[in-house]
Structure formats: C-alpha cells, structure tokens
Design a binder for this molecule. Sequence first.
Ligand code: AHG
Ligand code: MN
Ligand code: MN
Length: 350
Amino acid sequence: MEGRATLSLAALRNVVNYTDTSVVTIERYIIEQERRFPDATGDLSGILYDLALASKIIANKVRLAGLVDILGGHGTENVQGEAQQKLDVIANDIIVKAMDHGGRLCTMASEEQEGLIPIPEQFRRGKYVLLFDPLDGSSNIDVNVPVGTIFSVLRKVTEGEEGQMADALQPGMKQVAAGYVNYGSSTMLVYTTGRGVHGFTLDPSIGEFLLSHPNMRIPEQGRYLSVNDAYEQHWEENVRALMRRYRGLDGQRKAMNVRYVGSLVADFHRNLLGGGLFAYPANTKSPNGKLRLLYECNPLAFIAEQAGGAAIDGQQRILDIQPTSLHQRTPYFVGSKADVEIASEMLAKG
Ligand code: AHG
Ligand code: MN
Ligand code: MN
C-alpha cells in the first residue's frame, strides 16, 4: 500500500512539481495582478475565473466529442436524457450559464445568438460586457482537429443598469480584457488585460490552469503564413501580389511556410509562438471576408498587439474600427509586426 502511494506521488512529481510553490495557478496569477491596482473591485478577476471554469467544462465536452456516436447518436437522447445538440450550441450555453449570475456583466453577445443576451431578471447587473465565439473552428470537431473559444470584455458606457447595443458596439481599443482557449493536444488559456499576454496550460489531473507561458512575445518576423488559398481565384490583384511576396515568389523576401488548420484559434496560437501571419482577405464573393469583428478579430488583435504584433483589415488598424452591428465581418491580417507591415504597404489604396 505504502509502496503504491509513493509511486503515484513520484509519478505526479514527474509531471509537475507541486511541492514547489513557484507553480502558479491562473487564480493566483489573476489575484496577484489585481493587487497591483488598489482600486480594483475584483469584478474583472471574477469574470476571468468564471471563463476559465467554463472553458474547463467545454474542454471536457470537446474531449468526448468523438464518442457521441457510440454513447448516443445525433437526434437521440444522451445518458442524462438530454437531446443531442451541436457542440457549438452546447459551448454557447455553458458560457452563458457560467457568466450570467455573477453580478459582473450587464449584457453578453455571442456568435451563436442573434441579438444581445440579457442578464436574467433575478440576477444583479454589473459594469462589464462579454462578447464571445463559444466554439471556433467547430466544423473541425468531427475530424479531431483543435478548436477554440474566444472572448472579449468591454466596460459598460451607457447610462442605466441594462446593457445596450452601444455597450457592445465599441471599438476594440476599448477592450479591458481578451483571450482565447485552444483545445489542442493540451488545453491552453491565453489572455491579456492590457499588460502583456499570459498563457496557462490545463493540467487535467488536478483540473487547474497553470502559468506556462508568462509574457508571451510574437517574433518580429514570422515563419508561417496561414491563408486559405482556395479563394485565390476570387482575390483582387493586390492580395494575390501580397501572397506571392509572402511565398517568396517575387524574390523580395524568404518564402514563408504555409500552415492552415482552419480553426482561427489554432492558427493564431501557432503563429503567436512561432511568428507569422494569419490572413482572411476580402474576396469578390465575400467583400468583408468571413471573420467577425467583435467575437474573433478584436480579441485576437488585442492579444497580438500586446505580444508585440499587429492586426489590420488591409487599410486600418483592427482596434480602431467603430463597429456598426454585432455580427459584422472584416478582412483580417494578424500576426508578426513586420509581416503585417508588408500587407499594410501592399494593400494601401493609392
Ligand atoms: P467558426 O467555427 O467559429 O464559425 O469559425 C470558423 C472560422 C475560423 O475558425 C477559420 O479560420 C475560418 O472559419 C476558416 O474558414 P475557411 O474554411 O473559409 O478557410
Ligand atoms: Mn470562429
Ligand atoms: Mn464559432
């Protein structure tokens, strides 16, 4: 018995040395950050913990996704007697339920819901707004490719208790926090509150996010180009010329390696670590590209800038765009500063 206990403790130490107090959980990190601001009420910290909890629940669902067909098929009831739902609707509901009762938010908006998501009557209203993409890259779920969650937090700007459209429709530079969760070979949560970018890896054996990537910085110039070039036939000539530049075909720079997962979070995360550029340009069929300004582009642009990178729509900085509707789309170029600079020069309207 004694031998077995010693063995499992040793095995645990092998993974992470939990007797070492330098192991930093996300909770401890957020509290330590908050203490630097004597006026902080703790509301923003509370939002970040609740999001971390929601993402752990989503991570569990994502991990079981491949078993849906044997544990209960689509259109049938699962073991708990619930009807099978699409995972992006499930992820949406998990986030709404984790966030609606904390008294910190006045409204929410999600890629999965048409209008603003009000806070139920019985709960207190708070001074923040949450915008989110509950499951990014969800079409990849069926083939076991990484997916993500993206979130953006704004401060309420209108009068009164209830959150209004104008609270959600603020330019990205007004974000007070933003982040994403990458459900990959491990689950990682990366966030910023405007003081650098910090990454946490979920240790599933203890159910905690642990600080694994403090102060993340994106390389000045990147190795990777992420773009779906099946759209090349619909690109304008300046976009084609830009992509030829990145591929080294015009002799102006070394060719980048092409990597395209098709989950923005996974593509962005790889490029944040290795350097590079993710592009979803306008094309003649989709003049505003595909990606959503509020749920996808703004939060990742905030993170990119905080890590030393940049994000533009081709003409202007993403974070300066004044949104006019919740689900609006924008062309998007995000990543290493020098690579985004090339897009800015080559796409500038002359
Ligand atoms: P979502 O699953 O939230 O709708 O987002 C899918 C997005 C994004 O994750 C990805 O970069 C892009 O769609 C891929 O689009 P294409 O298939 O047109 O390349
Ligand atoms: Mn998405
Ligand atoms: Mn989505």
